[in-house]
Write a protein that binds this ligand. Structure first.
Ligand SMILES: Cc1ncc(COP(=O)(O)O)c(C=O)c1O
Length: 381
């Protein structure tokens, strides 16, 4: 196919996105809006006194703004080595820092699994997990979201014929705000032989070192992935796994080997956050309180949600109605992105409300009243 033909197809596809109200654009948001679309759940990325404390504590040398090389050449600075050691001290297993959660998820899957493997994944797992599955060429089976019985049925059936099975789940789900039963999934390991990978992007920080850590499940999880761009207030990801897997990633992971390492300044900040995480206890408790308050208020207002966490998803269904609701709320001073396919399944467009620790109950109360009024006006409740 020639380039002109290709361009025609591209134009047609983009026009199709517009017709279906799912054409994406990028813009800088109005910072004066009350922000319900941030993943800075503990408010650490916006905490000026915290960054001030960070900058005061470190010398210019540590601030290097580029590592200028991959980890295998000249990019393994002291900061990243100290960071990995600290993660290992806390979690009791070695750690390898990746440049992003996306790289970590996709790389672990595509490095260890191949066409002879079977990957069993929660239907709503993140795109990076799906990319890893595709790149691995493994057979992929999806189970209904959070349905551990369905997962067990698949394990029962396929463990007879497959000896290389990976099960992948997240803990808190980004677009639904619900939580996988990690204990039950880990318990399946007593009966079936499989490798387990868990992504804690939306629980690290909010639940201290994460749900797997709190529930003492680290030993059962072969690959614990902790992306740092949410409550971690930063960038990058920890892959926590056995030494032998870490060595294999260092030798085989293309995204690890052939990419410039994160700048030392970012890893120093990651270390700073990790070392201070227990000091943010009041923020964690405050967020918990806001979650309880919000879920109770929504219930009283008859606004439906299946969320049980700091991420509250209100499913509207239709793309245009969801966009209109988001726009109406913007007019009232609130930033809440409409989430549409392919980020979520078709016909489940939604408002995704992120709560953060620096919000106030009275603001949330006022917002939920406005939300209800606007939902009624638009005929979506
Ligand atoms: C569950 C989950 N895993 C992984 C990622 C990717 O992490 P990163 O932004 O660090 O690439 C995200 C979103 O960003 C996510 O929501």
């Amino acid at each position: 196919m020639g380039i002109t033909m290709l361009k025609e197809n591209i134009i047609k596809e983009l026009e199709g996105f517009k017709t279906e109200n799912r054409f994406r654009t990028i813009k800088t948001n109005d910072k004066s809006l009350y922000n319900f679309s941030s993943n800075d759940y503990l408010g650490l990325a916006n905490d000026k006194s915290l960054s001030q404390k960070f900058y005061e504590n470190y010398t210019f040398d540590n601030y290097k703004l580029s590592s200028s090389s991959s980890r295998l050449i000249d990019g393994s600075y002291q900061t990243v080595m100290r960071l990995e050691k600290k993660v290992e001290e806390i979690y009791g297993k070695p750690c390898l820092v990746f440049n992003s959660g996306f790289d970590a998820n996709s790389s672990v899957i595509e490095t260890f699994f191949d066409k002879n493997s079977l990957i069993i994944t929660d239907r709503l797992n993140h795109a990076s997990i799906y990319d890893g599955c595709i790149n691995s060429n493994a057979k992929v089976l999806r189970y209904n979201h959070l349905d551990v019985d369905a997962l067990e049925k698949l394990l029962k059936k396929y463990s007879k014929t497959h000896d290389d099975i990976l099960v992948v789940t997240e803990s808190i789900y980004s677009m639904d705000g619900d939580c996988a039963d990690l204990k039950k999934i880990c318990a399946l390991k007593d009966e079936y032989n499989f490798t387990l990978m868990v992504d804690e992007a939306h629980s690290y920080g909010v639940y201290n070192y994460g749900i797997a850590y709190n529930e003492k499940l680290i030993d059962k999880i072969d690959f614990l992935i902790i992306p740092l761009g949410k409550a971690g207030a930063s960038v990058g990801a920890y892959v926590i796994c056995d030494e032998i897997y870490k060595n294999y990633l260092i030798n085989k992971s293309r995204k690890f080997i052939y990419s410039t390492a994160l700048p030392p300044v970012n890893n120093l900040w990651n270390l700073f956050i990790l070392e201070n995480l227990t000091l943010f206890h009041d923020k964690i408790e405050k967020l918990k309180d806001l979650v309880n308050f919000s879920l109770t208020t929504l219930k009283k207002a008859n606004i439906e949600t299946s969320s049980t966490s700091h991420i509250i998803s209100i499913i509207i269904g239709d793309n245009l109605k969801t966009i209109n609701l988001s726009e109406a709320l913007k007019e009232k001073g609130y930033l809440i992105y409409p989430i549409k396919e392919p980020t979520v399944p078709k016909d489940t467009a939604r408002l995704r409300i992120s709560l953060t620790a620096n919000m106030k109950k009275e603001d949330l109360d006022a917002f939920f009243k406005i939300l209800k009024a606007e939902m009624k006006k638009l005929g979506v409740m």
